[in-house]
Design a binder for this molecule. Sequence first.
Ligand code: SF4
Length: 87
Amino acid sequence: MKSPAVATPGPVGPGARSERKPMELRVDRERCIGAGMCALIAPAVFDQDEADGRVRVLDPTPSAPHHPTVREAAHSCPAAAIGLLEP
Ligand code: SF4
């Protein structure tokens, strides 16, 4: 007789490693000059307002896979309008 398949514990559950707290980002729309670098570099997180071209944040707490491009966008912003709060 075949023994039933046994499920092994996956990456979720009481003993699982907790996900890091997501980074938080803030933008200063008054400083933004609408250069669009952020939306080009990290389009999942930033967009530009169709009315005035200034930055719009699509995701103020981006998950870990987006952190490298968000950091690059912040460093590339010619107006230094993007601030990052990292855990
Ligand atoms: S890169 Fe900076 S200046 Fe350009 S749209 Fe984004 S926040 Fe504004």
